[in-house]
Design a protein around this ligand. Structure first.
Ligand code: GUN
Length: 286
């Protein structure tokens, strides 16, 4: 079997066209959806992501700007920035680009994410957003898991009754992903670094979401023939080449559906960020 390779960029453009329509409708009511990204430090990958977010926003009719700080930014300055953006009615969405510089501790990062007004939490990282997701209530859903669900839908894969395996238990991808699949009536297993015999667990799955951050971890002989495989990973291999968590060549021979890296999940994350900004603006407008 040879997998159908999903074109994340084309599907993301479709999502962005839907968002652009919503943004246009808001603008017709005098509301310009507004996003502010806080970028601190000089992480090159973050700079690339933030540029892509800015370009996507512009194309969708969303007013976006980036507040930049050096790597030596203080926690107090970041707190003051979040407070100011929380109070600004023209700002509908606030995104703190991660990772923050090493001078900002993990506890401080958590405090900043929790300081963001939940009504402006377009990343879906606030505990209130996550709590609503657990309860199955309307909320801002983290953008990468939303994008993965849309990729499955576009591929005609209905999770209902299927066995889904999520590899990775991060708060920003693995956990919300598992909750969305559960909401869609899949039987969900979440795997992590201490899972025993990971290949055997993955072999049972009709849907595999790889979100663990290990280059080409998932091999073709782990995959049930015909399974849908979504690769969230963005890694560099030993030669510096961009690759996912899935060994694309071997998995493509077995899977039914597979996302590539790049041009798979990445563009979908950005598209769903734009979706969340319009949702925030619409909610703010009542
Ligand atoms: N860093 C890498 N991906 C993301 C993301 O989706 N949101 C934020 N805030 N930071 C990131």
């Amino acid at each position: 079997m040879s997998a159908t390779i999903l074109d994340g960029r084309a599907i993301a453009l479709k999502v962005r066209a839907e968002v652009a329509q919503r943004a246009q409708a808001l603008r017709a009511r005098g509301i310009v959806p507004g996003l502010v990204v806080i970028l601190a430090g000089d992480d090159p990958a973050s700079a690339v992501y933030v540029r892509s977010k800015g370009r996507a926003a512009e194309a969708c009719g969303i007013a976006a700007r980036t507040v930049r700080f050096g790597a030596d930014v203080s926690f107090a300055t970041l707190q003051a920035t979040v407070a100011e953006l929380n109070a600004d009615p023209a700002v509908h969405g606030i995104l703190i680009q991660l990772p923050l510089p090493p001078g900002v501790s993990a506890e401080q990062t958590t405090a900043l994410l929790e300081q963001v007004d939940p009504a402006k939490d377009v990343d879906g990282f606030h505990p209130q957003s996550l709590g609503h997701l657990v309860a199955g209530e309307p909320t801002f859903v983290a953008c990468t898991p939303s994008g993965c669900m849309r990729l499955l839908a576009e591929a005609g894969v209905d999770p209902q009754g299927k066995r889904a395996v999520v590899i990775g238990r991060s708060t920003i991808v693995g956990k919300p992903m598992a909750l969305l699949l559960l909401q869609a009536h899949a039987t969900v297993t979440v795997c992590h670094s201490r899972t025993q015999d990971l290949p055997a667990v993955v072999r049972d799955a009709d849907i595999v979401i790889a979100a663990v951050g290990r280059a080409r971890l998932v091999k073709g002989d782990w995959i049930k023939p015909g399974a849908a495989v979504i690769d969230v990973g963005i890694n560099r291999d030993g030669e510096g080449k961009l690759c996912g968590d899935v060994d694309f060549e071997s998995v493509a021979l077995v899977a039914g559906v597979l996302t590539p890296v790049p041009r798979g999940v990445g563009p979908m994350t950005i598209a769903y960020l734009m979706h969340n900004v319009c949702l925030a603006a619409a909610r703010a407008a009542g």
